[in-house]
Design a protein around this ligand. Sequence first.
Ligand code: ADP
Length: 241
Amino acid sequence: MGHKSDKKLIVNGKRADGRELDQMRPIEMQIGLVNRANGSALVKFGDTHAIAAAYGPRELMPRHKQEADRGIIRTRYNMAPFSVDDRKAPGSDRRSTELSKVIRLALHPVVFVQDFPKATVDVYIEILQADGSTRVTGINAASLAMAAAGVPMTDLVTACSAGKIDGKLVSDLNGIEDNFGEADLGYAMIPSKNMVTLLQMDGALTKEELVTLLNMAKESCKKIYEMEMKVLKEKYEKALE
Ligand code: ADP
């Protein structure tokens, strides 16, 4: 983000990949592909693909890390070395440490941690392909994986990005838009409570632009929520057959 460039991100009112300004990329969601996990999900926003695997609630070891009256949530965000054009150095770095933390904070408010004292829910998020907005794609995958694992939750957390490119406000930034745009916003919410659990911004926006973008993000999140509820229902309807 923020690099000066002649790159045209909007041509004749449409984005370089053919999208309308408020259009998200094609979204796909799938549940239950990691056999060993208690719950898992694959979420694709265009060429950004995130897989999440949730384990637990399970006893937290070592014991001295346990909380007597509640459980904890641990998250790990990891970008696969092959997820970007130039191979990324494997392992954690400052960025992945930050993202693991903000993702955990974004998910925590929906979880009934009092229901599993001394235990942990561990959520691993692997970015298989990165083309912008990986943290929000990862949050959607993690939330679905936790729901599929049967973690006690009040609701899902849904997430999306929005930003400003070539002076226009747009939904769901891809990698080029994120890199060469003027501003980007990462947003997560609890739809049933209308509560925001992640809000990060990079770049410059006026107050009016920020308000518009927040509304755009909320609209996108509502659409994502419907899709997520649909895949979850399908899974459980199948299980009941
Ligand atoms: P987010 O993926 O949540 O938008 P960033 O703003 O940090 O988070 O990253 C934007 C995009 O930049 C990523 O989605 C990815 O396409 C690209 N990117 C991030 N880190 C790397 C990296 N180490 N190597 C190559 N591309 C990267």
